[in-house]
Design a protein. Structure first.
Length: 388
């Protein structure tokens, strides 16, 4: 007969997360993945700080994994005297072991995606007092400046991140002062959702006037938005798994690493809020739109100009002037991005992915993917899959 331990005799883990946030729920799944092999561990799930008092008045946990928003809360957890792992980059000078994703890289991904649409004017909205938000802006600006562009920073107000109704007058006035079309980076999805809501009610077109990209890929918020939001994906489940693994090692007496464990963000999930070809040259815009809609088919540059009845030599010159790349390079870029998404969203093998992304063979997919991404498709997929 198996020995059933009472709660007081089990090793216990407290998990403190803002469960209204999509990637926090993903972190929880990763923690659960890790501890499935440890059924003796009792896991208490607390929805952020609403019930923190109960954590301290009842029996003390063996260890804690937490999404920490303030130095005060960090000090409370440290004073408990148990191992703690943070899963957020929200506090200046945090002294806790941390596992989080690369915020600066998320900003670079946002800039790259907006540039790829042809946009040449950019804006940012976010509370830069928060370290993670400041790093996302830094990555966004750095990538844009490396391409010869800058961005406007809109005035921040905490009301714009609320779930409650708010007065959109000031935000709408700022949006209407921006040159159009403009690509706007809102560094988390609730903020992006509210910007889209202000645009919808104020007669600002999305994406024709303002193309919006967020971070977190919250399926509910992104789908509920008008129009649906493009958003950079966070490797939340892997963050949870790695945090649980680190906490388990600390409980076993091992030292935590001196530096945070920082994971790369995943490519954006592209939806209608950035579905724009922002190229003044109408013929080039038509060609780009055609490539994006047909790149997965067995066609190439010759068939492109033939179908659109355009002069190839003239259009290749106009393509370079407008986008800085050839039509063939645009075909490849679109196909590689499609392959990335299929690698993340399916369990298909290379043969199927090559077919669906527009590559003639799996070996050609692997060769082109390695050239443009730096790794093979299988290595790319493994980098974003949490351990079983």
């Amino acid at each position: 007969m198996a020995l059933i331990l009472g709660v007081d005799h089990r090793p216990s883990i407290a998990v403190i997360l803002p469960l209204a946030v999509a990637h926090a729920r993903g972190i929880l799944l990763g923690i659960a993945d890790y501890f499935r092999r440890r059924p003796e561990v009792w896991i208490s799930i607390l929805d952020h700080w609403d019930v923190t008092d109960a954590l301290f008045t009842n029996s003390k946990p063996s260890g804690i994994t937490a999404f920490i928003f303030s130095k005060h809360h960090e000090e409370i957890l440290i004073n408990l005297g148990v191992p703690v792992v943070s899963v957020a980059n929200t506090i200046e000078g945090s002294c806790l072991p941390r596992v989080h994703f690369d915020d600066e890289a998320a900003g670079r991904l946002a800039a790259t995606h907006l540039l790829d649409t042809g946009l040449r004017q950019f804006a940012f909205l976010g509370d830069t007092k928060v370290p993670a938000i400041r790093l996302r802006l830094q990555g966004f600006q750095t990538l844009l400046r490396s391409r010869g562009f800058d961005c406007s920073t809109l005035d921040w107000s905490s009301e714009i991140e609320t779930w409650l109704p708010f007065d959109p007058t000031n935000m709408l006035a700022q949006l209407k002062r921006l040159p159009v079309p403009v690509g706007l980076f809102a560094p988390y999805d609730l903020l992006a959702y509210n910007v889209a809501r202000v645009c919808h009610h104020g007669g600002v077109r999305v994406p024709e006037d303002v193309a919006i990209i967020g971070v977190d890929d919250d399926p509910v918020l992104c789908s509920a938005s008008q129009p649906p939001l493009t958003s950079i994906r966070i490797p939340a489940r892997e963050i949870g798994y790695r945090a649980a693994q680190l906490l388990d090692e600390m409980l076993a007496g091992r030292e935590a690493p001196a530096e945070p464990i920082c994971l790369a963000p995943m490519p954006p999930h592209v939806r209608m809020s950035t579905d724009i070809v922002a190229v003044p040259d109408k013929k080039v815009a038509e060609a780009v739109d055609f490539i994006r809609r047909h790149a997965h088919e067995a066609i190439g540059v010759a068939q492109l100009w033939e179908r659109l009845r355009m002069d190839r030599k003239e259009m290749e010159h106009r393509f370079k002037v407008s986008l800085g790349r050839s039509a063939g390079e645009e075909f490849t870029r679109v196909r590689v991005e499609r392959a990335k998404n299929l690698l993340l969203d399916t369990d298909w093998g290379n043969d199927k992915i090559a077919e669906e992304a527009g590559f003639s063979t799996a070996s050609y997919l692997i060769r082109v993917f390695r050239t443009h991404v730096g790794v093979t498709p299988s290595v790319f997929r493994q980098a974003f899959q949490h351990r079983p």
